[in-house]
Design a protein around this ligand. Sequence first.
Ligand code: ZN
Length: 340
Amino acid sequence: MSSVLSRMMHTTLSRRRAGALAASVTGASVLAVSATRPTGVAARQDDDPISVTTTVGMVGDVVRNVGGDRVDVTALMGPGIDPHLYSPGASDIQALSEADIVFYVGLELEGRMIDTLDQLPSLDIPTIAVGNAISEDDLMMPEEYEGNPDPHVWFSVPLWMRTVEIVRDELIEYSPDDTGTFESNASAYLEELEALDAYVREQTETVPEDARVLITAHDAFGYFGEEYGYEVYGIQGLSTASEAGAGDIQDLTDLIVEREIPAIFVESSVPPATIEAVQEAARAQDWDVTIGGSLYSDAMGDDGTPEGTYIGSFTHNIDTIVTALTGEAADEDGDASDDD
Ligand SMILES: [Zn+2]
């Protein structure tokens, strides 16, 4: 697989530079907004909720849990949105420039927003990359990613718990009067996350060890594999800005057929075409691999549903993975049964 990976990497990096240029153009619009930022924004009343803008929903969910009714959260990237490819529009720039605090993942996840986010501190808006809560020793640095960390840190529950602490501390710094509320909310949420972590380990135990292989559309699940003991393969590289080639599809197909892997997975924020191509190719080699369902990778589900939360989307993922890898009926999303 190594030549495949290095080829994917090359594409990722050149795309990434192009993305950075696009972002710096957008960055110019932030400055334009700053010149006209209404002075009234600063005159927040003490009782008003703190206005928080986040990039991905997973970060917004942490802030909601820790801030409770003391925060009013806007997450810019909703269900199905791919953060690697997302460029901020005019309304996003407005939501960012009017926020009291901005939280994002960082670690280059929001590749096309970085220049915009970098402008915000000059507007006196605390702008915090929650990924910085995770020490460098714990970050995965895939070789083929040439010194950049894997940004998908939410797939290890213990690592993601550290972002709860940074959010708590930043909210307290912003509004010390609410210290008690933020501290007790954070403790309660950390307990829920501990329970989630235990559940994921418990469910994983039901999958035979040699069947703990997770194949998805892109490399979002590295931390999941590391934390919970799965071999993980993505057809595209760490960022969806790279493209899958015919060779990548063939290599993965060979692996699936050789090891008789029962199921592969689509992702809610990545078009299913490449995973479907792998399924077709495996079937052409007489191995009927099913699509085990759709996983939430870089975005959560719809607001107001259980999957619209971090805990709910993670629970959906582990249930979907375990059901499909243990060979039970995987028709929850209609994917597997429709194709048969
Ligand atoms: Zn991703």
